[in-house]
Design a protein around this ligand. Structure first.
Ligand SMILES: [Zn+2]
Length: 214
């Protein structure tokens, strides 16, 4: 896909953040892989004031053109994901309400619903806390994302990966819906969790679903 199309796709996606309550203000960021690095949303520009030229190119060493906008302070998370996961083409990071609320308790989302398997495993893990924008935070997220395509981030938010920007965005939305449903079910006395066997079946079914859905 051309850089122009990716820039447009990134802007379209952040502009959906407010409408879908995935993130507010200037929090959250979106990126897409290119041949020699990735394109990412800039820091400090409101979603509805973002233009194609504000989307920043960052290479795999973390270098950017100093004459352009400054990339999101979380660019390390995106770079490290693209570096270690060649199949991933897009990353969405948001501070959505319910996912963040659970992340503030530093708990993972267990196998309370079959769609937990959409994130690649029988839980959605919560990455350990580290200061925002640091390499330590990116390292903690890499651990929580092992064999997964989404995780919560302690006292911070969530991150979702995809083969396309749209897929990463939809997964972030799914994680937020699951976080809300899990929170509600806890209020009703706590969910009955699915067995390891059931989750294996769900993971297998989603493997085929994912291929078809591309
Ligand atoms: Zn953040």
């Amino acid at each position: 896909m051309s850089q122009k199309k990716l820039r447009k796709g990134i802007i379209r996606t952040v502009q959906k953040f407010n409408a879908t309550a995935l993130s507010m203000g200037t929090s959250g960021n979106v990126s897409a892989r290119t041949k020699d690095g990735f394109l990412i949303t800039p820091t400090g520009i409101a979603y509805n004031e973002m233009h194609e030229e504000d989307i920043v190119f960052v290479d795999f060493e973390g270098s950017t053109d100093p004459s352009r906008a400054t990339p999101s302070s979380e660019w390390r998370i995106h770079r490290d994901i693209y570096h270690s996961r060649p199949e991933i083409k897009a990353v969405v990071h948001v501070h959505s309400h319910y996912a963040t609320a659970i992340a503030c308790t530093r708990q993972e989302i267990p196998a309370f619903h079959y769609e937990v398997a959409l994130a690649g495993g029988d839980t959605i893990r919560c990455a350990d806390y580290a200061t925002f924008g640091t390499q330590a935070l990116s390292d903690n997220i890499a651990i929580a994302l092992k064999d997964r395509t989404a995780c919560l981030i302690a006292n911070h938010g969530q991150v979702a990966l995809g083969h396309t920007i749209k897929q990463a965005f939809l997964l972030a939305q799914t994680v937020e819906v699951l976080a809300k449903q899990y929170t509600l079910s806890k209020h009703l006395g706590g969910p009955v969790l699915l067995s390891e066997e059931e989750m294996k079946i769900n993971l297998e079914k989603f493997k085929h679903y994912g291929v078809k859905g591309k």
